[in-house]
Design a protein around this ligand. Structure first.
Ligand code: MEV
Length: 404
């Protein structure tokens, strides 16, 4: 029907319906109205040493240069010991919205008085999580001012261990809602996880020795770039986009929820100060070397969701060799820091276009119909001339064929 409606050719329809690593039956169970899959390149970044251990990093992304930049950045920090990481416990927040409460502050106290009952009501919903050591750790209640008057917002703080946690948290929030209505006399509307995971932070730090990265001028350039991002949301957005190039690629490769992580990261970038700012910081230490740090909410898991069923995601987790969601999040933070370093170093020196150029030139040469054995030569000439265009690729090809 889609083919008919949209006038797709047989070839176009066949391309969409390819399923690659997945069986049609599997994809059909994952989402609705499935007609095929959308393949994305899967690369492996190298050189990552994190807490003294070597990792290969699976990355699923369509953008050229990202995997190379991450690998390069990771290589240049090895001399100073690579990445050092830490993280909080994996605590997710579930929100329950109560409206029409006559005495919102009184209701807040009532809810807090029933904390233990609320916690056990929630924990009953997920005995396996409790058995493994997770579950609701605490609750907090906020009275917020809205355009429709005061609302009482209860937060369930849930340790979701190795799961991203949305299922567990949403089930708990729904389960406890009637009790909150009963004790406060208010009405519950929303019962849902918050993607602003401020209690599930991953951190990474790395030092890049000045001689490894092109000297003290480069260190200064990166620190200037950071100051720009810290002062200007227009720049901070692009700065953070570069960080997410790395993080989202690992999130996607491991079958985690890219939208949850992206929403949380950008919201956190606005939450931590009075305006949207960078998720990393860059300083020069006493030796004149560059110190980079990142602290970012990362709601990612190893069990549940696509991570547990998608064969490529499962293989990606095996490549990483991670055993816990915390370890996974800390790796992602390191990749984000490396990616940011790569972008800032390029931007503060020669710009990013030259690095992009040769992969782009390769695509252009192939699109221009250059035969395989001549692609390298055509690419070399286009990059040298800084003329990466289809017409130039065709001209160079005929020059080569004429023997010039
Ligand atoms: C491009 O995908 C990412 C960069 O724009 C990041 C940055 O500007 O820091 C290069």
């Amino acid at each position: 029907m889609v083919k008919e409606f949209s006038g797709l050719t047989d070839e176009e329809a066949a391309i969409i319906s390819r399923t690659g690593a997945l069986e049609m039956e599997q994809v059909d169970r994952m989402i609705e109205n499935v007609i095929g899959t959308m393949p994305v390149p899967f690369g492996v970044a190298t050189n990552f040493m994190i807490n003294g251990k070597d990792y290969l990093i699976p990355m699923a992304i369509e953008e050229p240069s990202v995997v190379a930049a991450a690998s390069n950045a990771a290589r240049m920090t090895r001399a100073a010991g690579g990445f050092v990481t830490s993280s909080t416990e994996p605590i997710m927040i579930g929100q329950i919205q109560l409206v029409d409460v006559k005495d919102p502050f009184g209701a807040k106290m009532t809810i807090l008085q029933h904390k233990e009952e609320i916690i056990s009501m929630c924990n009953e919903k997920d005995p396996i999580l409790i058995k493994l050591g997770g579950g609701v750790r605490d609750i907090e209640v906020r009275v917020i001012d809205t355009m429709n008057g005061a609302m009482v917002i209860t937060h369930l703080l849930v340790n979701t261990l190795d799961a991203m946690g949305a299922n567990a948290v949403n089930t708990m929030a729904e389960a406890v809602a009637p009790f909150l209505e009963e004790v406060t006399g208010g009405r519950v509307y929303l019962r849902i996880i918050s993607n602003l995971a401020v209690l599930r932070l991953a951190r990474a730090k790395a030092v890049w020795k000045k001689e490894e990265i092109g000297g003290e001028d480069v260190v200064d350039g990166i620190v200037e770039a950071y100051a720009f991002a810290a002062a200007d949301p227009f720049r901070a957005t692009t700065h953070n986009k570069g960080i997410m190039n790395g993080i989202s690629a690992v999130v996607l490769a491991t079958g985690n929820d890219t939208r949850a992580v992206e929403a949380g990261a950008h919201a956190y970038a606005a939450y931590i100060s009075d305006h949207y700012g960078p998720l990393t910081s860059w300083e020069k230490n006493a030796d004149g070397d560059l110190v980079g740090t990142i602290e970012i909410p990362l709601a990612v898991g190893l069990i549940g969701g696509a991570t547990a069923v998608h064969p490529t995601a499962k293989a990606a987790v095996r490549i990483l060799g991670v055993k816990t969601a915390k370890e996974l999040a800390e790796i992602m933070a390191s990749v984000g820091l490396a990616q940011n370093f790569g972008a800032l170093r390029a931007l503060a020196t020669e710009g990013i276009q030259r690095g992009h150029m040769s992969l782009h030139a390769r695509n252009v040469a192939v699109m221009a119909g250059v035969p395989k054995d001549m692609v390298d030569e055509v690419v070399k000439r286009m990059v040298a001339e800084r003329k990466v265009r289809m017409d130039r690729a065709k001209d160079i090809l005929s020059e080569i064929q004429k023997g010039n």
